[in-house]
Design a protein around this ligand. Structure first.
Ligand SMILES: [Zn+2]
Length: 94
């Protein structure tokens, strides 16, 4: 298994600084304690392109509630069953 995280890249520094500065928006746990990093290798779509420009995209996850954030600290997905005061209710159809 290859570890794609490059701790010296700007993108990784961005996500790291988010984890130090913010708490999880859902469960309010500090992300410096509960954060986990994901890396996604985004491959070039044009196979004829010989340049080795694979992008590594980073995501920040909260181990506590499984919310995933982008490098801009936007919520990408939440585990809604762990959402506080979560109530199931069907959306009425007009
Ligand atoms: Zn959380």
């Amino acid at each position: 298994m290859i570890n794609f995280i490059d701790p010296h890249s700007d993108e990784f520094k961005k996500i790291q600084s988010i984890s130090f500065k913010h708490s999880c928006l859902i469960c309010e746990q500090p992300l410096k304690d509960n954060g986990v990093y994901f890396s996604i290798l985004k491959q070039e779509e044009d196979p004829s392109d010989e340049s080795d420009n694979d992008m590594i995209l980073y995501r920040l996850g909260c181990k506590y509630c499984k919310t995933v954030y982008t490098v801009d600290f936007k919520i990408l997905s939440i585990d809604f069953e762990k959402f506080p005061n979560f109530v199931t209710r069907n959306i009425p159809h007009a």
